[in-house]
Design a protein around this ligand. Structure first.
Ligand code: ADP
Ligand code: MG
Length: 346
C-alpha cells in the first residue's frame, strides 16, 4: 500500500476513463419511464411522443483535445460540432439542435471567438442543425468547449451498441487511420517549426490525412442511405477512439465476440504511405488511431445485399460467440487477440 492509498485517496488513473464513469454513475437508477436509454451508448434516448429524443454531449479541452498552434479556430469550431453530431448518427438518428458552452481566458479576442463561431456556423449549415443555447464563462487559462447535440428518431429505428448477434457481419464506413496520421504530421511540423521558425511546413502529399484531422465529417450520408435502403443495423457505434476500442464496446454490450479480417479494414492509400514514412504499421494506425468519425456497425447476414453494392461500406469481419474472444485475422493468416488500447506489436 502506498502513502496516498493509506489516506484513502485513489488516483483517478487507477480506474481508467470507462471504469471511472461506471464508478461515478453506479448508484443512479433510472426513475423515469420516458428514459429509454441512460448512460452507456453514444447518446441517451428519451421517449417523446411519436419520436424519441436522442442526446449526446462532449467536452473539448485546450491542451488535451486540441492544440491551437496548428488548429485554426474555425476548424476547431467545425470539428467540435461534427464530433457531437457523429454520436447522434451512431444511434441511427438525425441531429436537430445543438447547445454550445465555452470557458475562455482573456487571451482570446472577440475576433478569435468570431472565427470559432464561423466554424460552428459552417457545421450548422452543412448538417442542417440549429444552435439553440449554451453558456459562456471565464477560465483561468485556455479554452474549454462543451457541446450538446439533440436529435430525433422513430423508436423502432434506434440502433444501440448492444444488438449484435453471433453470425452478424461487421461493417465499417470510409477509411481509418488517416486522422491519426494527420495529427502525427501536424505535431511533427510543429516541433520542426519550434526548432527553426524560418522553415515553411512541408505538408505536400499529406493533404488527405491533415484534412481528416482538422476537418472531419460525420456520416449523415450513410444514415440516409440506411433509411433509403430499409437497412437497420443490429448495432452501431461511431469510431472516435479507434476501431479496436469500439468493437470492444459493441462486444461487451452485446455479450458477443468478434473476428476482424485485416483485409477488410479500409485504409486510404495516402495514409498507408504516411504510416510507412513514420515507421508505423498501417493496420495498427487504422485499428487504434481514432478520430475517424466513421461508423462501425453490424448487420444481419440476410441484409448483406443491402450493403454489398453501396459505396464506402466495407465488410470487415463477423460476430462470434463471447467465448471466442475478439480476434484479428492478419493478411498473413495469423490469428491474434485484438488489443483495445495501445499499440499492437506483431
Ligand atoms: P462517446 O465516446 O461516444 O462520446 P463516452 O465514452 O464519452 O461516449 O461516454 C460513455 C457514456 O458515459 C455515455 O453514455 C456518456 O453520456 C456517459 N458519461 C460520460 N461521462 C459521464 C459523467 N461524468 N457522468 C455521467 N455520465 C457520463
Ligand atoms: Mg460515440
Amino acid at each position: 500500500m502506498n502513502a496516498s492509498e493509506m489516506q484513502g485517496r485513489t488516483d483517478v488513473n487507477t480506474l481508467g476513463e470507462f471504469g471511472l464513469i461506471e464508478h461515478l454513475t453506479r448508484e443512479f437508477p433510472l426513475r423515469q419511464p420516458s428514459t429509454i436509454k441512460g448512460i452507456g451508448d453514444d447518446a441517451a434516448v428519451i421517449e417523446n411522443g411519436d419520436l424519441c429524443t436522442v442526446v449526446s454531449t462532449d467536452m473539448l479541452v485546450e491542451g488535451i483535445h486540441f492544440d491551437l498552434a496548428y488548429t485554426p479556430l474555425k476548424h476547431l469550431g467545425y470539428k467540435s460540432v461534427v464530433v457531437n453530431l457523429s454520436d447522434i448518427y451512431a444511434m441511427n438518428a438525425f441531429p436537430k439542435q445543438i447547445t454550445v458552452s465555452i470557458a475562455i481566458s482573456n487571451r482570446y479576442s472577440v475576433e478569435a471567438l468570431d472565427e470559432l463561431y464561423a466554424g460552428i456556423r459552417a457545421a450548422c449549415d452543412a448538417y442542417n442543425v440549429d444552435l439553440v443555447g449554451g453558456d459562456t464563462t471565464s477560465s483561468p487559462r485556455g479554452m474549454t468547449i462543451c457541446i450538446t447535440a439533440i436529435g430525433q428518431c422513430e423508436k423502432d429505428l434506434i440502433v444501440y451498441r448492444n444488438g449484435a448477434k453471433k453470425g452478424d457481419l461487421i461493417c465499417v464506413t470510409g477509411d481509418l487511420g488517416a486522422a491519426y496520421l494527420g495529427l502525427q504530421m501536424l505535431e511533427r511540423e510543429q516541433r520542426i517549426w519550434q526548432d527553426n521558425p524560418d522553415l515553411q511546413p512541408d505538408l505536400e502529399g499529406q493533404k488527405y490525412a491533415i484534412g481528416r484531422q482538422l476537418k472531419p465529417e460525420a456520416r449523415r450520408d450513410l444514415v440516409e442511405v440506411f433509411r433509403k435502403n430499409g437497412l437497420k443495423p443490429t448495432s452501431m457505434i461511431d469510431i472516435s477512439d479507434g476501431m479496436a476500442s469500439e468493437i470492444f464496446h459493441i462486444c461487451k454490450q452485446s455479450g458477443v465476440g468478434a473476428l476482424i479480417e485485416e483485409e477488410g479494414v479500409p485504409i486510404n492509400q495516402e495514409a498507408q504511405l504516411l504510416a510507412l514514412k513514420f515507421k508505423l504499421d498501417p493496420i495498427t494506425c487504422a485499428l487504434n488511431g481514432g478520430e475517424d468519425y466513421e461508423l462501425l456497425f453490424t448487420i444481419d447476414p440476410k441484409d448483406t445485399d443491402k450493403v454489398r453494392f453501396l459505396p464506402d461500406i466495407y465488410i470487415a469481419g463477423e460476430i462470434l460467440d463471447a467465448a471466442d474472444g475478439i480476434k484479428l485475422n492478419t493478411k498473413g493468416g495469423k490469428l491474434h487477440d485484438l488489443k483495445a488500447q495501445g499499440w499492437v506489436h506483431f
